[in-house]
Design a protein around this ligand. Structure first.
Ligand code: MD6
Ligand code: FE
Length: 219
């Protein structure tokens, strides 16, 4: 089955179906489509133990993306900075373990992209509602920058902003649809990126939301 027929947004004219983003970075179109129902069930289980929350940036701003984590370590932000923590500061407990379908998908996607032996110890789960955005940033809180990041898009489509190695580099706009997986590492590992404000829509599996899973090896 394909959900493209139900896709609520027309293809953005500014966002061609780019598959190669740059050296070491690519979009695997539809790679997670079959696994999506199991992945979304996993998101429900994880968020029952460690709920979605809006983190506060070190600058004191409330993030519009709601986040939770699973795996050995979770990414958190507060007034003191960004870090990976083995304990969910809200529950006081370790993060829920990574559901098997998450790990399987992440390892298969990394392998398909040329990164054999990917061993993620953290999965950040982002939830977007219409209007939610993620401003340009680098993922640089991981100790081992040789490992790639695997990022899975579920539900409503989004425009991914793919910049350069300098914050001022003007970002390309790449449409990410349900089931698309972005893998990046190597020379692109520290590229600035973000998500444009989410457009409203209705997806058969997630209704009015977009869910993103990003898998990392943090140490
Ligand atoms: C998102 N993704 O797609 C946000 N970071 O919702 C990210 O910030 C991201 O997709 C590093 C690597 C891949 C990503
Ligand atoms: Fe990121």
């Amino acid at each position: 089955m394909t959900f493209d027929l139900f896709d609520p947004l027309p293809a953005d004219a500014d966002a061609p179906a780019v598959d190669n983003l740059g050296p070491g970075a690519m979009v695997l179109r539809g790679f997670a489509r079959e696994a999506a129902p199991a992945l979304l069930a996993g998101v429900g289980e994880v968020s029952a133990g460690s709920h979605f929350r809006h983190l506060i940036t070190p600058g004191g701003l409330r993030m519009s993306v709601a986040m939770t984590n699973c795996g050995q370590r979770g990414w958190v932000s507060d007034r003191s900075g960004y870090r990976y923590d083995e304990i969910d500061p809200d529950s006081g407990q370790p993060w829920p373990s990574m559901p098997r379908p998450f790990l399987d998908l992440a390892v298969r996607a990394a392998d398909a992209a040329g990164y054999a032996g990917f061993a993620p110890d953290a999965c950040l789960i982002n939830r977007y509602l219409p209007g939610t955005r993620l401003s340009l940033h680098q993922d640089r809180d991981e100790l081992d920058l040789r490992a790639p990041i695997v990022s899975v898009s579920l539900g409503l489509p989004a425009i991914f902003l793919w910049g350069g190695l300098r914050r001022a580099d003007r970002p390309a706009r790449v449409r990410l649809a349900h089931g698309d997986v972005v893998v990046w590492g190597g020379p692109s590992r520290l590229v600035f990126h973000g998500i444009a404000p989410l457009a409203a829509g209705d997806h058969p599996l997630t209704h009015g939301e977009r869910i993103n899973l990003t898998f990392r090896k943090t140490r």
